[in-house]
Design a binder for this molecule. Structure first.
Ligand code: 5GP
Ligand code: ZN
Length: 144
């Protein structure tokens, strides 16, 4: 997409600190990292989010994450990492080119995870049933 900043990074039109590249996937450092080594893993072809990304392309991204995460951890001396994905603007997505966030974690880095809340009695079972109604056998695309 011509106005997509990540497509421009793929095309070499704007610079990025690339750490891994193959014919389908690119990984580069986030310009505003939560921690040093915060990496964005993207398909070279433009898809707006995970919902729109074909399953084969999604698998390629996970394979690259498996490949590069040990090097990222060693490279920055992290003890673990969070894998993140903001799917849609309501979820905090700002760049509408599919990407995973790989966020190295350190002891006492101050990064907070979500805090859980409680279901009402019986609510959890109802929610599970409502979701299962919409599952389509052998399909990875629930909505479009
Ligand atoms: P989102 O909220 O869409 O999941 O996150 C987009 C991420 O892309 C943000 O963490 C932001 O810092 C990063 N980002 C935005 N523009 C650029 C850029 O031009 N270069 C790099 N390396 N990262 C960017
Ligand atoms: Zn793009």
């Amino acid at each position: 997409m011509s106005d997509c900043i990540f497509c421009k990074i793929v095309a070499g039109q704007i610079p990025a600190a690339k750490i891994y590249e193959d014919d389908k996937v690119l990984a580069f450092l986030d310009i505003n990292p939560i921690n040093p080594g915060h990496t964005l893993v993207i398909p070279k072809i433009h898809f707006s989010n995970l919902t729109q990304t074909p399953v084969e392309v999604s698998q390629n991204l996970i394979m690259v994450i498996k490949k590069i995460s040990p090097a990222i951890m060693k490279g920055v001396g992290a003890q673990g990492f969070n894998l993140g994905l903001n799917n849609g603007s309501i979820a905090g997505q700002i760049i509408f080119h599919m990407h995973f966030h790989l966020i190295p974690r350190f002891a006492d880095d101050g990064h907070k995870l979500w805090s859980g809340r409680q279901y009402q009695l019986g609510e959890m079972e109802k929610v599970a049933e409502n979701i299962k109604k919409f599952l389509i056998p052998n399909s990875y695309f629930l909505y479009g």
